[in-house]
Write a protein of this length. Sequence first.
Length: 137
Amino acid sequence: MSSSLAPDYAPVELIGDYIRRTQKEWHTGADAFVAAVHEAALTLALSALRSKCAGWRDTKLHTELIALVYSVVDEEVKRKNKRRMALLLQLKNAPLHSKLAKTRTSSVATSTRNDGLNEQPNSSTPKRRKLERPCLR
């Protein structure tokens, strides 16, 4: 790399350092991640405005910056997808668990009613239906 190209690559290196530093703070929430991306976009815009040279150097700068931001975004997406998948599995299994809990509760209540401990007027009706069905065959 020649010294004349060094200023063109400095913003990419600074953004890379900034994103790597803020990457450690991402566990505090999405705000740090959004701030890092906004900082990268702002630095890119300022670099483009201040740049006196046009052509392939700016294109290369933009390409490298975009690749850097995408790589950071990809890592965050992978990490968030693991958490999101775990959350989706919990949500997916939650209705099943609540149905099982209701079934267990109703089976316990039915067995208690059949034992005569908590008899209610309607508790004997389902029992008769069960007994009547085999008799009709």
